[in-house]
Structures are given as C-alpha cells and as structure tokens.
Ligand binder design. Structure first.
Ligand code: SME
Length: 157
C-alpha cells in the first residue's frame, strides 16, 4: 500500500483522476472500514484543501460522526435534518452553493459556506454519507458529484 500522497495540480477533473487512483491504492486490500474512511478523508482534505471532509454513518435512526478531517463537528444528525439528513432521506447527492440558504442547514461552523453531501448506498439502503464543506461559496458542481460518488463506491461496507 502507498502511504505517501502525491498532490496533483491542474483542473478539478485532473485532480480527481489523480486522487481516485491513489485512494484505490490506499484502501486496496485493507478490510477495516474505519481505517479506509480515515484515509479517504485525509486524502481528499490534502488534495483539495477543503474546510471539512468526513463521514457520517447510519446507526439505527441517526447519522453518527465517523472519520473526518477538519474542525470538530456535531456528533448526531437525525433523518431529514440538515443537508446530511436530507441527503440520507432522499438518497441523493445534494449540492448547496450557499449553506445559509438551505432550510434547516446544521451549522457546525460559521466558516462553512458551501457543501456537498454524497449518500453511500448499499443494497438500496443508505449506510452513511460523505460530507464536504468549503469556506467559500459555490465550490461544488457535477464534477465533484460524479467523482465523489466514484470514490464512495470503492468503499467496502
Ligand atoms: N452542515 C451539515 C452538518 C455537518 S457539518 O457540516 C460537518 C448538515 O447540515 O447536515
């Protein structure tokens, strides 16, 4: 397994291409979920410099904070609450260009300005979400959605 990350420059798509293959290398052959989520969060934070990158995992009727990189965050989110709980409920990627305009957004930090949440779906059920926050407005688009979905598809739950 590769333990050094090579930070790529270039377009966002090029950066994703580079990080996707490195994430494959990081988690290939490693069965431990916590280890893999931790390394994915770290790799994405290092490559893109986002404000917060991390996972919430479905535990009974709540999302519970999992491995992440960034400032401390709220621990539990109920179904349908905030961007994460809405992504879970609707089973779809949510791109929020301005978090203050998202009804019910859960502000873990006032520095977070835009957000993308990608549900992780196995056997048609959401098992967790990948949440990414940026400290600038309008930082996420379809390129992020496609590539982050490809990344969460690599994870063995
Ligand atoms: N903003 C999220 C909560 C999680 S933090 O951003 C890390 C939400 O509204 O669900």
């Amino acid at each position: 397994m590769a333990e050094d990350l090579t930070i790529s420059e270039g377009t966002k798509a090029e950066q994703y291409l580079s990080i996707l293959s490195q994430i494959k290398g990081l988690i290939d052959g490693e069965p431990d979920l916590t280890a893999n989520l931790a390394n994915i969060a770290a790799a994405l934070k290092e490559q893109f410099g986002w404000f917060w990158v991390g996972f919430y995992l479905v535990r009974k009727d709540e999302l519970v904070l999992g491995p992440f990189q960034g400032p401390v965050a709220c621990t539990r989110i109920r179904l349908g609450r905030g961007v994460c709980g809405t992504s879970w409920q609707e089973k779809k990627v949510l791109i929020v260009p301005d978090v203050e305009k998202f009804p019910g957004h859960i502000a873990c930090s006032s520095l977070s300005k835009s957000e993308i949440v990608v549900p992780i779906i196995r056997d048609n059920e959401v098992v967790g979400v990948l949440d990414v926050d940026a400290n600038e407005y309008d930082q996420f688009d379809e390129t992020d959605s496609q590539n982050l979905r490809a990344i969460v598809d690599l994870i063995h739950f």
